[in-house]
Every structure is written in structure tokens, then in C-alpha cells.
Design a protein. Structure first.
Length: 346
């Protein structure tokens, strides 16, 4: 069985084809082909995502990307059994493009369509890696819009252990990066600048570090970064900027690592799965790897290219639900999107 998946929740148009193991065989579904178009350069001039421009660009890209995926896989539309799309959460107009195309295509082919939760896609993306995890595990979901620690017992069994009460980790990276004059999205740029800096150069807050719960708060960090920048005056030197970037990254990473260890200790689980864009951060990976190795905990990440939004994770999440007989397939031809949607309700 083959699943074609569409992602269009924000500023990436992703299409991918995943194949389930043959009936009677076990194993993880396999990625056959994928294509991705990032709108980052289009939105950069505005310092963030412009929703209407995002929707229009998804419309432009989605069919050429679909053709590319089928041609890579050397398959035709008749070889697809199920069509998956991101139903939410995300930008309403952007979601509607992927959902509209997926459901119309499914109706035209006489195949079922299935809506996927975007965060379930992120969460299950490490199953596309060469070293897929096994259930149960603790998941650290760190993306542009979400920061959550979860206990994951199986597909669809997500217990939120703690989450951010304000900004997400990706947002903290992006907002601090913006203050440092770096382009959108700032996470990777800040991380690169941080390589030249000293992480202990500036004292920045670690909010809720000692709250005793696996919860997060990052909103105060950007204010602290701004305060430090003001102290540096009109023209901070390149070294000062790099030091501030390194100190900011260290503050975010320390909290993420400490809280992940707390969730592992509280649940007694020995497996950690990291997902979402911030999961690409090299410093986060290095520090999690070191801390987990000491405690006999195995850590799994998505491939670097699959940390941020992509179609493969959407096709994969649908395929893993299909394998378990828990995909909500629709043959009706109608559809809706859910710009706001709790993962625990998925
Ligand atoms: P959500 O999935 O919550 O709806 P999103 O889809 O916008 O949000 P992702 O695509 O998972 O989020 O991740 C994007 C975020 O990841 C951005 O905030 C970006 O700055 C951050 N990011 C990407 N690479 C890195 C990196 N190397 N270091 C730090 N942050 C990074
Ligand atoms: Mg994005
Ligand atoms: Fe995302």
C-alpha cells in the first residue's frame, strides 16, 4: 500500500510517497520519494511568514512537486492507495491548499483521503531515519510554534508532561536572532553565529529551570537579549554579537536538556525522541547525547533535512496509522482544516 502525503501548514510545500510493508510483513513504512519547496526566501523580506503569500505559493508549487515525486518513484497516480494531508494546526489558508488538492485528487482517483496532525508528523519523523525508535519513549517536540515534552506509548497515545507557557523554543531562537539582526528564520543563523562566541559571556535567564515540572517559558529571554544589546550600544562588535548568540543558545539548550532529563526520570523511560525544527540544532544534539549517554538513555532524531516541515513526515504519520487500522479515512470528498488542534485530541 502506498500513501501520497501533502504538507502545507506554513511556509514549506512538501509532497512525499511512503510505502507500507507488504501484508503479513512487519516493519516501518519506507520513504519512496519526496520533494520540498521552502518559501523562506520569499518571506525573508518581511521578517516572517506572510499568510496570504504562503497560500498562493503553495498553490503554485503543489502540482509540480507532486509530478516530481511520482517521477522520482517511477510510479503513476494509479499506484497510490491513500492520500494524506496536513489537516492542522497551521495557517488556515495554507492548510486549505494542501487539503483541497489532496481531497480532490483522492476523489478523482476514487481513493480515500486522510487528514494528519502536523505535530504527529514531526513526532513520528524519526521513524524515517536509519535508526528508528521503538515505543514507548519520551518525546521532546521543539518546533517554531510548539515546545512540549510527552510520554508516547504508541501512535495516538500522547500524554503531555509539560509544555511552554508562552513562546516556543524555535520562537525564542527566531526572536533573539531578529534582535541580533539575523535573517528569518533565525534559528540556524543564530546557531551559526554562536559557533564563534563564548556561551558564558553573558548571563541570561533560564526561566522555570527549577520549577520542578517539565514546563518551559521562553518569552523573557528575548527581553533579556534586548537589554544586553542596549547595554552594548549602537554598534556591537562581531565578537560581542557572537558571544550573545552563544549565550542565548546556551540558555535555551540548557533548559531543554534539563527538562528532558526530568521527564525521563519521572517516567522511568530510557528512550528519548527529539522532533521539530530546533531538533536540528547541533549544540542541543551534542548536549542531549552527552547527558543521555551518561544515563543509559538512547536518543533518536529525525534526519537533519526532516527536522523542519516536510511531506515525508505527513505521509509517514498516515502510514503508521494505516498499519494500526487507526487512520480516519474519508471517501466523502468533503474536507475541513483545523488551524488550532491539540495533539492529545488527534
Ligand atoms: P510548528 O511545527 O510548531 O507548527 P513550524 O512548522 O514553523 O512550527 P518547524 O518547521 O518544526 O516549525 O521548525 C522551524 C523552527 O526551527 C524555526 O523556529 C527555526 O528557527 C528552528 N530551527 C531550524 N533549524 C534550527 C537550528 N539549527 N537551530 C535552532 N533552531 C532551528
Ligand atoms: Mg517552516
Ligand atoms: Fe512544523
Amino acid at each position: 500500500m502506498r500513501v501520497l502525503g501533502f504538507e502545507s501548514s506554513c511556509d514549506e510545500t512538501g509532497v512525499a510517497l511512503v510505502e507500507l510493508p507488504a501484508p503479513g510483513e512487519t516493519g516501518v513504512p519506507r520513504l519512496l520519494a519526496q520533494a520540498l519547496h521552502s518559501q523562506i526566501s520569499m518571506h525573508q523580506a518581511y521578517g516572517g511568514v506572510v499568510p496570504e503569500l504562503a497560500s498562493r505559493d503553495h498553490i503554485r508549487r503543489v502540482l509540480p512537486l507532486s509530478r516530481e515525486v511520482l517521477s522520482q518513484a517511477q510510479l503513476g497516480l494509479q499506484d497510490i492507495d491513500v492520500i494524506a494531508y496536513t489537516e492542522g494546526p497551521g495557517l488556515a489558508g495554507a492548510l486549505l491548499v494542501g487539503a483541497g488538492v489532496a481531497v480532490s485528487l483522492a476523489a478523482a482517483l476514487g481513493k480515500p483521503a486522510v487528514g494528519v496532525h502536523h505535530l504527529e508528523g514531526h513526532l513520528l519523523s524519526p521513524f524515517l531515519s536509519a535508526d528508528p525508535p521503538e515505543f514507548p519513549f519520551v518525546a521532546l517536540l521543539v518546533s517554531g510554534g510548539h515546545t512540549q515534552l510527552m510520554r508516547v506509548d504508541e501512535v495516538g497515545q500522547y500524554e503531555i508532561l509539560g509544555e511552554t507557557i508562552d513562546d516556543a523554543a524555535g520562537e525564542a531562537f527566531d526572536k533573539s536572532a531578529k534582535l541580533l539582526g539575523l535573517p528569518y528564520p533565525g534559528g540556524p543563523h543564530l546557531s551559526k553565529l554562536a559557533e564563534q562566541g563564548r556561551a558564558d559571556a553573558f548571563e541570561l535567564p533560564r526561566p522555570l529551570l527549577h520549577s520542578g515540572k517539565p514546563d518551559f517559558s521562553f518569552a523573557g529571554l528575548k527581553t533579556a537579549v534586548l537589554t544586553q544589546l542596549k547595554k552594548l550600544g549602537e554598534a556591537p562588535t562581531e565578537t560581542q554579537r557572537a558571544d550573545l548568540a552563544a549565550s542565548t543558545q546556551a540558555a535555551i539548550v540548557e533548559v531543554l536538556v534539563k527538562k528532558s532529563l526530568m521527564a525521563l526520570k519521572d517516567t522511568g523511560l530510557k528512550r528519548l525522541v527529539v522532533a521539530g525544527g530546533v531538533g536540528a540544532n547541533a549544540s542541543l544534539r551534542a548536549q542531549l547525547n552527552a547527558a543521555c549517554a551518561k544515563r543509559g538513555v538512547r536518543v533518536h532524531y529525525p534526519e537533519l533535512s526532516l527536522c523542519t516541515d516536510n511531506g515525508a513526515m505527513i505521509a509517514m504519520a498516515a502510514a503508521m496509522r494505516l498499519q494500526r487500522g487507526m487512520a480516519r479515512l474519508s471517501h466523502a470528498g468533503g474536507f475541513g482544516v483545523r488551524p488550532r488542534w491539540d495533539l492529545s485530541a488527534a
